[in-house]
Design a protein around this ligand. Structure first.
Ligand code: ATP
Ligand code: MG
Length: 634
């Protein structure tokens, strides 16, 4: 069986080879690489490759512990669904749902769930619903509903006319609650919240029955009706299921089904002042919609008996199967709406779409493609054990996709002026530049060249250390698509000693970047023509947190103490090639040698463009420099 064939495509041998190459290039190859290659021979599929990636990283002491099952056939959810279809369970239908609570924006953990639910439906000719699980009026908002719809669509999934809201079922849910009361399976409790907690017992001690547990059906119906009618204050009563106060599963000790909350709801207004709890709402919403497989994350494993209890007691026609999988955890970031809300509301980031956040809207603004997020979700697989995925795997997925499709441009982030003394003044040449060496169909463009250029400050060193092959006095290098140049003089600021300008000569015979006499140079630099380049702001991003697991903190501190103070660097005196003048918001491209970038969709203006760095390229020199610094103990 193939793996999400319609939406996500199959991983191929090529993809695997690429990954092995990536591991080698990035120095990730660990002692277990031999084993990985053997496994590659044995199995040719993406999840296997991912397991190998994970294992390899783990071999180097990295954070990926276990990210995937050995192969698609062992994706236990797909196996369950396939078996059910084969056995004609639910008449062979597959109906899944993605059920977000509209109390925040979606993050990449949600993308995993979206890909899984919509992917399974597509694979088995089924359907997937988008259902808002909106039963807590104090935190939910329409803004979140709209943002979530937008993000699911952007990720490439379509719920068509299957948009649902739990709040549309409030009346039905109320009727179901009445049925339970009439069956003697639910009662109104009037203990305080604190007393309810005390009566619940602990993991080692059974709970105690509430004195209100034996109320008559009539009394319960009367009180529940008056709860709805608004006669009582918040917390005065709750409706509880009558199950078993001695159950070893604490969730089965008479869980609350309804509570009084005199808070208006973003959809139902003030129509209701009692709201159903998650455990009551979720299973019944699934049942009402005819869901066949109700897929959720592992923390709901203990809720499953309650899910089944409610549906069994009410003898509903459709009883979906709840299946749990491990939620996604990603290193150097947090995937919890509660924590993300805190970062947004306390101004630690600029908003839900801050490009440093792991939200779908943050990734979109940063330049990630939906394809790269989907392929990442495919790679990490679906497992039953909790794990932490290395964020490097996400970077890898983004690079892989953008490498194929992003056109190349040149831009200088920290400009250093270069004057070519033997180049005619007032002359401009239009040089041919390749748009994407990976894809000849993307064609070529013209880049203006003239006597005054900018190159990158760190592409020049007056006293080049060993292995620094870029420009230095007396040395010849290639300017991309242009000429060989040689540095003849270094002009410094008299006061600070800072290098402010380089004087160079060029060899007219090397036009296009090759020397007819076969002379070799060891470096190729990017550049822009000073007179033609346009000024731009560039934003560089680093991990939002400086530790792989931001949740690990000393006593008395919280995850925010692990925020990386250098996660955003804004460069305001960049110069970029004129072709980018009219680039549309969201336009993605590569600045040669610097990484993949996109036009910021919020702050970019005509004449004052702002570019976000999506992800870096791999920079060998930066790596050497870093390891040298480490050796020198800096
Ligand atoms: P958070 O813990 O971030 O607040 P949540 O579970 O409260 O998330 P919901 O809006 O209830 O957020 O999530 C909708 C669906 O997405 C649920 O089915 C949930 O299990 C799934 N989901 C949430 N976080 C993750 C994650 N990190 N990995 C995989 N699935 C997730
Ligand atoms: Mg939730």
């Amino acid at each position: 069986m193939t793996h999400f064939p319609r939406l996500l495509g199959c991983r191929s041998q090529n993809a695997f080879d690429e990954k092995v190459k990536f591991q080698r290039n990035s120095g990730l190859e660990g002692p277990r690489s031999k084993k990985i290659q053997n496994r590659q021979l044995n199995k040719d599929n993406g999840n296997e490759a991912n397991a190998a990636f994970a294992e390899n990283r783990a071999g180097k002491g990295a954070l990926v512990k276990s990210t995937a099952d050995p192969g698609p056939s062992s994706n236990f959810i797909r196996t369950i669904v396939a078996k059910d279809v084969q056995a004609n369970k639910h008449g062979g239908r597959v109906v899944t749902r993605f059920p977000p609570e509209p109390n925040g924006y979606l993050h990449i953990g949600h993308a995993k769930s979206i890909c899984l639910n919509f992917g399974l439906a597509a694979e088995f000719n089924g359907i997937c619903h988008l259902r808002f699980d909106d039963t807590d009026p104090s935190k939910e908002e329409l803004e979140y509903v709209e943002a979530i719809k937008n993000d699911v669509r952007w990720l490439g999934f379509d719920w068509e006319d299957r948009l649902y809201f739990a709040s549309d079922y409030f009346e039905k849910l109320y009727d179901y609650a009445l049925q339970l009361i009439k069956k003697g399976k639910a009662y109104v409790d009037s203990l305080s919240a604190e007393a309810i907690r005390e009566y619940r017992g602990t993991l080692t001690a059974p709970g105690k029955d509430s004195p209100y547990r034996s109320r008559s059906v009539e009394e319960n119906l009367d009180l529940f009706g008056r709860m709805r009618a608004g006669e009582f204050e918040d917390g005065a009563h709750v409706l509880r299921a009558k199950i078993d106060m001695a159950s070893p599963n604490l969730l089965m000790r008479d869980p609350a089904l309804y509570r009084i909350r005199r808070v208006p709801h973003y959809r139902t207004g003030s129509r209701w002042c009692i709201y159903p709890m998650y455990d009551f709402t979720h299973c019944l919403s699934d049942s009402i919609e005819g869901i066949t497989h109700s897929i959720c994350t592992l923390e709901f494993e203990n809720n499953r008996p309650l899910y089944d209890w409610v549906l069994d007691e009410l003898q509903v026609e459709c009883h979906p199967q709840q299946i749990e999988f491990a939620r996604l955890n990603l290193s150097y970031t947090v995937l919890s709406k509660r924590k993300l809300v805190e970062l947004v509301e306390n101004g630690h980031v600029s908003g839900w779409d801050d490009p440093r956040l792991p939200t779908i809207s943050g990734f979109r603004r940063r330049g990630y493609t939906p394809e790269s997020i989907r392929s990442f979700c495919e790679r990490i697989g679906v497992a039953k054990r909790d794990s932490m995925v290395d964020i490097a795997l996400l970077d890898y997925s983004v690079r892989e996709d953008l490498n194929r499709r992003a056109p190349r441009r040149m831009g200088v982030l920290r400009p250093l002026k270069v004057i070519i003394d033997n180049y005619p003044e007032n002359q401009t040449e239009e040089l041919e530049a390749v748009n994407n060496p990976e894809d000849p169909s993307m064609g070529q463009r013209k880049v203006p060249f003239s006597r005054e250029l900018y190159i990158e400050q760190d592409d020049f060193k007056e006293d080049p250390p060993r292995k620094f092959f870029r420009l230095s006095p007396g040395r010849e290098v290639r300017l991309r698509y242009a000429y060989f140049i040689t540095c003849t003089d270094v002009i410094k600021d008299e006061q600070t000693g800072e290098v402010v300008e380089l004087r160079c000569t060029y060899d007219p015979a090397t036009k296009g970047g090759d020397s007819p006499d076969g002379r070799k140079v060891k470096a190729t630099l990017h550049w822009v023509s000073a007179a033609h380049a346009i000024p731009a702001e560039v934003r560089l991003y680093d991990h939002l947190f400086h530790t792989p697991n931001p949740g690990e903190v000393e006593e008395g501190k919280d995850f925010k103490s692990n925020l990386n103070p250098n996660s955003l660097e804004v460069l305001t005196s960049c110069r970029v090639e004129p072709d980018l003048q009219g680039a549309e918001p969201g336009f993605r491209f590569q600045f040669e040698r610097l990484g993949y970038f996109c036009v910021d969709a919020v702050d970019s203006r005509k004449g004052a463009p702002v570019f976000n760095r999506t992800v870096t390229l791999r920079d060998t020199w930066a790596k050497i420099e870093k390891s040298q610094q480490q050796k020198a103990g800096k």
